[in-house]
Design a protein around this ligand. Structure first.
Ligand code: PGA
Length: 254
């Protein structure tokens, strides 16, 4: 199948860092990593530090900047919100959409996430769409249908051509920030299930083109075994992306 899928290590800084530490971290990643063919490094700082991150990484075409969220509307009277076009104008290339923390703490629904995906695409940016089940769903062994619903409701209005330009991150909620990683088998099984589901509803070609990232307590110790699974094309990294040495070790595990 497609061996050309991009490998991606994306760091989600969440609501961490300040102007100085965000700048230091972006600069350290530039200094300590080197471009590898077919590998994309993505960093996702909080909004106030995004423009500086774009500036600090601009010499490296293999390093892109993502936002952690955006509003679904183009512009207007939405006090406190940030549009995809604004992000694009400072050099952002990706936007994380549907992170479980957005779903859980900000009540983001499937429908809202579909609108955000559309807004990101309309601005010419790439969504990194997150999906993943909470613990009770895993314990009931209904995780496949749970994740399929998330994908169907927020992504399946897209054409195959557009869908295949996205990045999808599978992040089991019980593994995020808990130190409890999905086993390589659990992660691979879910990734294969997502790929089969997209192939069934679109085509093998569309399904094979989409980078599928694993997220949830991925770190320098477990990245290599996770990334070596057939359907795992990299990771969305939270805690371990805040230290350049750890993030670099994860990148080097390809
Ligand atoms: P974690 O977070 O690596 O700290 O578990 C991953 C994420 O939420 O994207």
């Amino acid at each position: 199948m497609s061996l050309k899928r991009l490998k991606i290590v994306a760091g989600n800084w969440k609501m961490n860092t300040d102007a100085a530490t965000a700048s230091d971290l972006a600069k350290a990643i530039v200094a300590e990593t080197h471009p590898q063919t077919g590998v994309k490094i993505i960093i996702s700082p909080p909004f106030p530090f995004i423009a500086a991150a774009c500036e600090n990484t601009k010499e490296r075409t293999d390093i892109a900047v993502a936002a952690q969220n955006c509003h679904e509307k183009e512009a207007g009277a939405y006090t406190g919100e940030v549009s995809a076009a604004m992000l694009k104008s400072v050099g952002v290339e990706y936007v994380i959409i549907g992170h479980s923390e957005r779903r859980q703490y900000f009540g983001e629904s499937h429908t809202l996430l579909a609108a955000k995906v559309n807004a990101v695409l309309a601005a010419g940016l790439t969504p990194i769409f997150c999906c993943g089940e909470p613990l009770e769903i895993r314990e009931a062994d209904t995780q496949n249908t749970f994740v399929q619903t998330q994908i169907t409701e927020s992504l399946f209005h897209l054409s195959g051509e557009v869908l295949q330009s996205l990045v999808i991150a599978y992040e089991p909620v019980w593994a995020i920030g808990t130190g409890k990683t999905a086993s390589p088998e659990q992660a691979q099984t879910m990734h294969a299930s997502i790929r089969q589901f997209i192939a069934k509803n679109y085509s093998e070609e569309v399904s094979a083109a989409i980078p599928l990232l694993y997220g949830g307590s991925c770190n320098a110790q477990n990245a290599q075994i996770l990334f070596s699974q057939t359907d795992i094309d990299g990771g969305l990294i939270g805690g371990a992306s805040l230290k350049s040495a750890d993030f670099k070790a994860i990148i080097n595990s390809f």
